[in-house]
Design a protein around this ligand. Sequence first.
Ligand code: ZN
Length: 142
Amino acid sequence: MTDTKIDRERWSASSRQSYIYQCAGESYADIHYECGKCQSAAVFSAEEQKRAFELKKNYIWQRRRLCPACNAMLWRLRTRERACQSRWCSERKVLARDEGFMREWLGILEAIPPFAPQFRNGMPETLTRLLQRLASAGAGRR
Ligand SMILES: [Zn+2]
């Protein structure tokens, strides 16, 4: 049998300050939820909760919003987004004239919010402006 017994002494300091520290039950119980992106049914299992709160020291009230598939997709998008961001930091002058790069980054930036509504930075506006400028500069040369 897998261990789902609550060992609250292993919780993070902030979790131990929560009122639940005083009144948590004997063991974790599966939490059923609906994915915020694709609406499929998902489970934050008791075993996963023990790992999250006692080993990874996540805050005790932290819940999942996405199903595993959507969460993996979000993780991939964020990895690609960070790669674009760091390329941009090191070769901004060149990339500001690279339509392909800017369109790809813009596509990634637009794909993230449905998975993570709180995701926000000023890059989509900047990229859109640069792409427009690039298009009109190209038209002017003709
Ligand atoms: Zn989903």
